[in-house]
Design a binder for this molecule. Structure first.
Ligand SMILES: C[S@@+](CC[C@H](N)C(=O)[O-])C[C@H]1O[C@@H](n2cnc3c(N)ncnc32)[C@H](O)[C@@H]1O
Length: 452
């Protein structure tokens, strides 16, 4: 008998399935392992092991077994779709798209709407929002009351910054079946359009009526209602950037013409501040590592800290950081105790309103003479205030006062265009602060042409 035709022992399979249904996932996995060991190409045994791995939270291992079934030539469209969903969860969007397309090619017509939605989601992960919009619209053409298609359509339109289109998609779907997620996306779409704050707040209120535990809608309701706030909650930042990570680099460099990483490098290596090379740089809110890309060649050691796991995974892929750590900067700057002669924070202060404690923590982690270089979006009048975008802007005087209160010398607060947002320039400051120490001359008051 060839290995291709050996089937797993029915008794082992039965025991495995029974344990799985009773919630004994580890016990079920042992049975499934035995079944696969005895019959390595048995589709049912591999499926059982994939189910056990998934129940234990091991998506990678589950995907591996489903992939094995595909390699054995035993896959049907629904299995390909399932594998595609796993690959999406693992952020392997290109491979997920291939699986979903293969699933669609062989599937029965009644499965098409769901398969199109799943393909659209994978394309959104790739950053291909326009193609995803077309797929979701095709589904809505065939199944006008598909709340799932409408929700995904609104998400794709929000990513494309088509806020009016996103609001319309949500409203149509809400008319037949209101859900928290639809109200939330409606709130975001309204919030991003000027003069619609009250309606946006109402949409977030409705989202919370349906699900009072929804922290994202609660936060956005506070923002839309103009409530005073000290920082965007770390869990919400993590959630937002986890969903953005796979296409962040493409989005900010190609669409938003994001300049902050280059501006930070320029300041960090400007001879005016007396330093061109660093022993150790701490990149706070490092995200996918765009600032790291710009500074890794001027330091012997580079450490990144961020609250978003998926952003950090993108940074890992760049292979420029010596260390990366997941931490909420409003609570700590990470668990190491090194002192740094360079600290950078590109586009991070927008998530922290009151910067007093953050600056004090940075000061404590710096070597005397070290430079702290960061960006803020600029508020013309107030110390700091939440903007309609959900980020904080900071006043120049406040930033200076807060830095000096911690002991920093403020070397420069240069006005710069940081990026383009919805077609509008976002203006801010690139701030250079220094921890005083031996060898760091105080900037001369006679330097009339300096950068102060
Ligand atoms: C706009 S991105 C900037 C990323 C990177 N510095 C750059 O310039 O491309 C903001 C980053 O700050 C991180 N962030 C915001 N608030 C944070 C917090 N409280 N703790 C840790 N990271 C935070 C986000 O997760 C995100 O990766």
């Amino acid at each position: 008998m060839s290995v291709d035709t050996i089937t797993a022992s029915p008794a082992a399979m039965e025991r495995g399935r029974a344990l799985l249904s009773q919630g004994d996932f580890a016990g079920a996995l042992i049975e499934a392992e035995q079944a696969v060991a005895a019959a390595p190409k048995d589709r049912e045994a591999l499926l059982l092991r994939a189910d056990c791995a998934l129940a234990l939270g091991d998506v990678y291992r589950s995907a591996d077994d489903l992939n094995q079934i595909v390699m054995n030539g035993d896959a049907d469209p629904m299995l390909l779709d399932r594998l595609g969903a796993h690959l999406q969860e693992l952020k392997l969007y290109d491979q997920a798209v291939v699986c979903h397309v293969r699933a669609i090619n062989g599937a029965a017509p009644e499965h098409m709407p769901q398969l199109y939605i799943n393909l659209g989601r994978a394309m959104m992960g790739q950053g291909n929002h326009k193609a995803a919009v077309e797929l979701f619209e095709t589904v809505l053409g065939a199944v006008p009351d598909s709340a799932d298609a409408a929700l995904n359509l609104s998400g794709a339109l929000l990513s494309l910054k088509d806020y009016a289109g996103a609001a319309e998609a949500c409203r149509k779907a809400i008319a037949s079946k209101p859900t928290t997620a639809l109200y939330h996306n409606l709130g975001i779409a309204l919030h991003m359009q000027s003069g619609q704050r009250e309606q946006a707040a109402e949409a977030f209120r409705k989202a919370l009526e349906l699900d009072p535990s929804n922290t994202g809608s609660a936060h956005m309701l506070s923002v839309a209602s103009g409530e005073a706030m000290e920082a965007v909650p770390g869990a919400l930042v993590a959630n937002t950037f986890d969903g953005y990570a796979s296409y962040y680099d493409k989005d900010v460099t190609e669409k938003l013409r994001y300049r902050v990483p280059g501006l930070i490098r320029r300041a960090l290596t400007d001879p005016f501040y007396g330093k061109r090379r660093y022993q150790a740089i701490l990149d706070l809110g490092c995200g996918t590592g765009l600032v790291g890309v710009m500074v890794h060649d001027v330091t012997d050691f580079l450490r990144g800290v961020d609250v978003s796991h998926n952003m950090l995974m993108q940074a890992v892929g760049k292979e420029i950081y010596h260390e990366l750590e997941e931490a909420d900067l409003t609570k700590s700057l990470g668990s190491d105790d090194r002192l740094y002669d360079g600290v950078v924070a590109g586009d991070v202060c927008g998530y922290i309103g009151n910067l007093d404690a953050f600056f004090a923590n940075v000061f404590a982690r710096m070597q005397p003479g070290g430079l702290f270089v960061f960006s803020v979006e600029r508020h013309p009048t107030l110390d700091y205030a939440m903007q309609p975008t959900g980020r904080f802007a900071h006043g120049r005087d406040y930033v200076r006062r807060a830095l000096e209160a911690c002991g920093f010398t403020v070397r420069s607060t240069a006005p710069e265009r940081l990026r383009i947002n919805a077609g509008q320039p976002v203006d801010g400051l690139i701030v250079v602060a220094q921890r005083p120490g031996p060898g760091t001359a105080a900037p001369s008051p006679l330097n009339l042409f300096g950068k102060i």
